[in-house]
Design a protein around this ligand. Structure first.
Ligand code: ADP
Ligand code: MG
Length: 890
């Protein structure tokens, strides 16, 4: 009975910590955790022949120099079990081990033994820990260093394969699994997922199972849970299929991703001014995977079919194990053909034998002489596997996400630093201003108080003086009156003397008072001038403070300028990052798609020329959009006018990149991006800028409103000039693509042709590059379609402008172009042009009639075939010509 049930799995494609893996792995082998010290040991060197492994590598990925590494083979002997103890008591074991010589002697008969040497010979007393250290530990350490690794067990059922590798998913390790039953793979983490297909990267040869569930390991417990789930599903599946694990292959696959820091940046030299980028160490991630393979019992090869299983099952089990044996034979003999594709098992394990992985094989045997045949064939399998040479390699990729994260953090730090500086300056200025204000108002107050008290003092003194004078005056008046009464008649002269004396005294007194007054006044004036001096002094110190404030303000301005510069640099860096992401994607896409873009089969759909499938994943798209938001469209547009040519190129690439997303197109046009693109196309003489700007225009030209804008801003003339000067076929492809999009607009037909659009398009066929020809053909088909609509609507009656502008000879020449997408466009164009009798004469003389006949008979697309037939049968001119030539048609 032969049933191939097959389990494999992949755990944690991203972010699995190496130590998590080590712990898990150690428990598979029941070895103490301490045995997994991660040290960076180089893979062991081995001399000898090796098989070629896969070749080319993606540009974003680096394979580091390979090291040859032979498949290591250990043999493990199971102790006699209870049954053997009884049944074989009278017989000697068929094998004898000499572990210190790494030798195994297989008894041929009572006299003869054959001796075999292995890399390790593990007796029935070998502990699990010892087995782990001999077989798995070197592989696990290599996996942690970034190499792929395989640990595999091969042997007859019941000899201890599963015992050696660990009972997956019980308290020990396994992973998420996949069940293969008769060459079909079942996802054990999602049992409904019943037929997972294997995908092979055409460039790198990497095998993956994209349909299988992938789960990230957070910690040891989550890993264990996952293993138990997989194991439960495996048991359930085995029950349902009425199989046992001995008839299934089980594969545990653990993916490890590890960041490696500190290598110098290559980004700086490739993507922009080095002074900006050199501060960044290039973050690198290494990816590797560990496969633990528990094969089906090897006796199935010979015995399958002899049991009561169906023929199909027998074939399947034979298929995968036999295929594995054949591959190992071919590799061991260095044969030219290794039949890797014969089974899913060998496809999945392609990297393990003759690939880049470090592989350890443990062959398990039992002691019983009754199974001598099986034991011998297991030993032969092991010996052959020892001859297989692998070429160990690591793979490194730039960690763009990590770089982006670090840039974000740096940006935040700079902004925070700047803000706190700015705040400190403002506080200081405010403090000084407040202090000054306080001192000024204090001085003013003091001054007022002093003035007021002086004024009051003088007023009082003045009033006192006046009062005194009045009193004196009154006293002297009274004396005069008395003298007059006593002797009023004749003693005037006599009496005058004392009177005169009094007045003189008064005057003297007044004079004295006046003098006093003058002195006081003088003192007051001095006081005032003193105060004025004080004020002047305050004003001077105030001026000093103002200069200080000015100085501080200047410093603040300097800081602001510095901040602006930093922000600009950050913008440029972000642009570079955006561009790098884009280039990586482009490179990856080129590699995936073999470098050419296939046209969509729908001929009417406009062709997005660049980076249409730009974002592979939602996550990357989100990060791109985030950068776009941070950098800001206006800034990108302003960078188009930068002094620095590199910055300009980057900016236009970023813009083109954004223009590939329909959602961004509206924003770009609204922000004036279309005008900027035309301007840079007009002003720049750099071919890269021409290529990228034309690509961006082509994308924007997918929309009708934009088509009109491009036309009204002289876009056609500009594109024609660009085409004339272009050297690079890709520039021509972009220009042709842009014009082709414009050709599909009914309203723009006359203007487009009037400004030389058709001549420019036809002129580009000089460059024979198929990408360019495809765009030209698409443009012609678009134009012809619009014309035929115009004929039908009655808005056009004259000859086709395509004929007028000399496109017909090229059309006919390419009507049977071997590239199917070019041919389809041309065929469609011919049918459209033939819609109106007015074109018939030119078409007949040019040879288009025969092409139409051919299309109506041979074209693989039924709709075009029918259109051609209908056109031929309904045109009088064509019918007449066919009749004249005696061609029986219709
Ligand atoms: P296989 O996976 O090759 O079919 P198992 O691992 O299931 O074999 O082993 C069969 C039986 O033998 C199990 O009961 C297992 O516990 C026992 N066994 C295998 N190898 C050893 C060993 N080295 N020491 C003790 N018991 C063993
Ligand atoms: Mg088993």
């Amino acid at each position: 009975m032969a049933t191939a049930s097959f389990r494999s799995g992949a755990v944690g494609r991203g972010g699995v910590k190496a130590d998590t893996i080590t712990n898990r792995t150690s428990s598979i082998n029941s070895a103490p955790k301490s045995s997994f010290k991660s040290k960076s040991s180089a893979p062991p060197q081995n001399s000898g022949l090796r098989r070629n492994s896969t070749g080319s590598v993606a540009t974003s990925t680096k394979e580091r120099g390979g090291v040859s590494g032979r498949v290591r083979v250990a043999v493990r002997l199971r102790p006699r079990n209870a049954e053997e103890m009884v049944a074989d008591t009278d017989f000697a074991d068929c094998v004898e081990l000499q572990p210190e010589l790494k030798r195994l002697n297989l008894r041929r008969n009572n006299w003869d033994t054959d001796t075999y040497e292995f890399d390790e010979v593990l007796t029935e007393f070998a502990s699990q820990k010892r087995v782990y250290e001999a077989v798995a530990k070197p592989v696990v350490e290599n996996v942690l260093d970034g190499y792929n690794g395989t640990v595999m067990a091969y042997g007859q059922t019941g000899t201890g394969k599963t015992y050696t590798l660990g009972r997956l998913g019980e308290e020990d390790t396994a992973d998420r699994g996949i069940m293969l039953y008769m060459e079909s793979i079942q996802d054990l983490l999602d049992p409904a997922n019943g037929n997972v297909s294997i995908v092979e990267d055409p460039k790198t040869g990497d095998i993956s199972l994209p349909g299988a569930t992938v789960m990230e390991i957070r910690d040891q417990k989550s890993f264990l849970d996952l293993l138990q789930l997989g194991e439960a599903h495996r048991i359930a599946a085995n029950t349902i299929l009425n199989t046992e694990s001995s008839r299934s292959h089980a594969i545990l696959m653990v993916h490890v991703k590890r960041s490696v820091k500190g290598r110098d940046s290559a980004l700086s030299t490739e993507h922009g001014p080095s002074h900006l980028a050199k501060t960044f160490k290039q973050p690198v991630v290494r990816r590797s995977k560990l496969a633990v393979v528990d094969l089906a019992g090897s006796e199935r090869i010979s015995k399958s079919g002899s049991e009561a299983h169906t023929l199909e099952e027998a074939k399947s089990i034979n298929l995968s194990l036999t295929a594995l044996g054949k591959c190992i034979n071919a590799l061991a003999e260095n044969s030219n053909h290794v039949p890797v594709r014969d089974s899913k098992l060998t496809r999945l394990l392609r990297d393990s034998f003759g690939g880049t992985a470090r592989t350890s094989l443990v062959i398990t045997i039992g002691p019983s002489p009754r199974h001598r045949g099986e034991t011998a064939s297991t030993i032969m399998f092991g010996k052959r596997a020892m001859k297989v040479e692998n070429m160990l390699k690591t793979k490194e990729e730039f960690d763009y996400k990590g770089l982006s994260r670090r840039l974000d953090i740096q940006l935040d730090k700079l902004i925070a630093e700047h803000e706190s500086q700015q705040k400190a300056f403002q506080d200081e200025i405010e403090r000084i201003a407040q202090e000054a204000q306080k001192r000024i108002s204090e001085a003013e107050r003091n001054h007022d108080v002093l003035l007021e008290s002086e004024r009051m003092k003088y007023e009082k003194e003045y009033l006192d003086a006046i009062q005194k004078l009045e009193q004196q005056w009154e006293t002297s008046q009274g004396k005069h009156e008395k003298v007059g009464v006593n002797d009023s008649n004749n003693t005037e002269k006599f009496n005058q003397e004392p009177n005169d004396l009094g007045v003189t005294e008064d005057i003297a007194e007044i004079k004295r008072l006046l003098q006093n007054e003058t002195l006081l006044r003088k003192a007051a004036e001095e006081e005032i001038s003193d105060l004025k001096n004080q004020i002047a002094q305050w004003q001077r110190s105030e001026a000093v403070r103002s200069t200080e404030i000015l100085k501080l303000q200047k410093m603040l301005e300097d800081e602001t300028r510095k901040k602006k510069r930093l922000e600009e640099q950050i913008t440029i860096l972000q642009n570079q990052l955006l561009q790098s992401n884009f280039e990586v994607d482009e490179a990856r896409r080129n590699l995936d798609g073999g470098g050419t873009t296939e046209l969509p089969s729908d001929l009417d759909s406009p062709l997005p020329l660049i980076c249409q499938q730009l974002r592979d994943s939602e996550e990357e798209k989100a990060s791109m959009e985030k950068l776009f938001e941070q950098v800001g469209l206006q800034k990108i547009l302003s960078l188009l006018e930068s002094e620095d040519a590199d910055v300009r190129i980057h900016a236009v690439k970023v813009l083109a990149n954004l223009a590939a997303e329909v959602t961004n197109q509206v924003k770009i046009v609204k922000a004036g991006g279309l005008t900027s693109l035309l301007a840079i196309l007009r002003s720049s003489s750099d071919e890269t800028i021409h290529r990228v700007a034309a690509g961006a225009l082509a994308n924007l030209a997918m929309n009708e409103t934009n088509q009109e804008l491009i036309m009204s801003q002289g876009g056609i003339r500009l594109l024609s000039v660009t085409a004339t000067n272009a050297q690079d076929p890709q520039t021509l492809r972009m220009v042709a693509g842009a014009i082709a999009n414009l050709c599909g607009n009914d309203k723009l037909q006359i203007k487009l042709r009037g400004e030389g659009g058709i001549r420019a398009l036809v002129g580009m066929v000089k460059c024979k590059h198929p990408d360019v020809l495809a765009q030209v053909a698409r443009g012609i088909a678009n134009f012809a379609k619009c014309e035929s609509r115009a004929y039908i609507q009655g808005t056009k009656s004259g000859k086709s402008l395509l004929i007028e502008d000399g496109a017909m000879p090229w059309i006919i020449q390419n009507a049977s172009n071997e590239a199917s997408h070019i041919r389809r466009h041309i065929e469609l164009a011919l049918c459209h042009i033939a819609q109106h009798e007015v074109n018939a004469k030119d078409m007949i003389s040019g040879g288009a009639l025969w092409e139409l006949v051919r299309i109506s008979r041979n074209c693989s697309r039924e709709d075009i075939r029918t259109l051609a037939y209908h056109t031929l049968t309904s045109s009088k001119s064509f019918q007449a010509e066919l009749k004249r030539l005696r061609v029986d048609y219709g």
